[in-house]
Design a binder for this molecule. Sequence first.
Ligand SMILES: Cc1ncc(COP(=O)(O)O)c(C=O)c1O
Length: 400
Amino acid sequence: MKNRSSSGRTAPAIPFARPSIGPEEEAGVLAVLRSGWLTTGPVTARFEEAFARAVGVPHALALNSATAGLHLALEALGTGPDSLVLTTPYTFTATAEVVRYLGADVRFVDVEERTANLDPARLASALEAAVREGRRVAAVVPVHVGGRACDMEAIAAAAARHGVPVVEDSAHAFPVLHRGRMLGTWGDAGVFSFYATKAITTGEGGMVVTRRDELAKRIRVMRLHGIDRDVWNRYTAANGSWEYDVVEAGYKYNLTDLASAIGIAQLAKAGTFLDLRRRVARAYLAGLGGCDWLDLPEDTDDNGWHLFVVRLSAERLSIDRDRFVGELQQRGIGTSVHFIPLHLMSYYRERYALRPEDFPVALRLYRAAFSLPIYPSLTEEEIARVIAAVCEVGERFRVR
Ligand SMILES: Cc1ncc(COP(=O)(O)O)c(C=O)c1O
């Protein structure tokens, strides 16, 4: 899409997301292509070791998506048909759908106004209510929305009071230090996404991290058909043997060496990428700070800035979010909406008889919010164009 600037020249559209792939990723993939071993093998093992070191835990298990990681983490914690998982409605369906894979029930807990993250006080009440009802709570799943840290001390304390494990959905949050500890390593398990738009990518992919040996062991078996050892060992170990046992009905969730080669190159750049995204965030905060019709995110150190979510003040503007986003699109600015809360989606709404007003904070945030482009390769000129377009639309439709 082209967009006509005030000078009359057409400026290229600014996409909502753009991956940062360089010669290191290309060289890594080429080496795997030439190695004779394409699927899960030595490169994936190296990616896992490097990732475990980067977050500071003993176990990192590579998978073909974060969805697979959430599924296997909950499975390893014993989530089953008799149990309940508490999570936020302000997320992507992957967070909750995996609970249904296991036959357990999802119970949503509303979010904090300030961060759009799971509200620890509401979580504490919801845990008490579930216990009073005699329900077994298999896990709590907080989501670090857009890379901004949840209040993990408060969430972990609320869960610990009832002996409930925590699985962090860190799909958006890498590499983010929160009160001295990496996000994803606060809970019993943490799950990262390497989907194409995420902080680092392998095209599609994910990683589960944990300190708990028995969880790692279970996930390792379940990610590859319930086979009791790695295929890689089966074919290549010096004492390699054709023999193996199937100890469970597992899944096909392994990550290929092709993808892991991209992951290794991306991991080495993760800190630089975060600095570059933070630069974009600070430029937006400075450039849009004077707009009284716009609520901006706080500038905190524990934000991975995967998303830059702004909210319109409805009473100060004569257009709603959808029209505002349309105006930006006409100016060549890609945007997205994070998130349409899950309790508005027909599956969850119908299954659990939910009404929009059951989660008023999530509903309010959703109606006002949209996300601006934020990624390492966004240039200063592009950042300035985004700021100018947002200001232009806002000032044009501002209530005077
Ligand atoms: C919060 C959240 N959790 C989980 C996922 C699933 O990630 P993946 O696509 O790697 O399965 C996503 C994907 O966008 C997400 O936004």
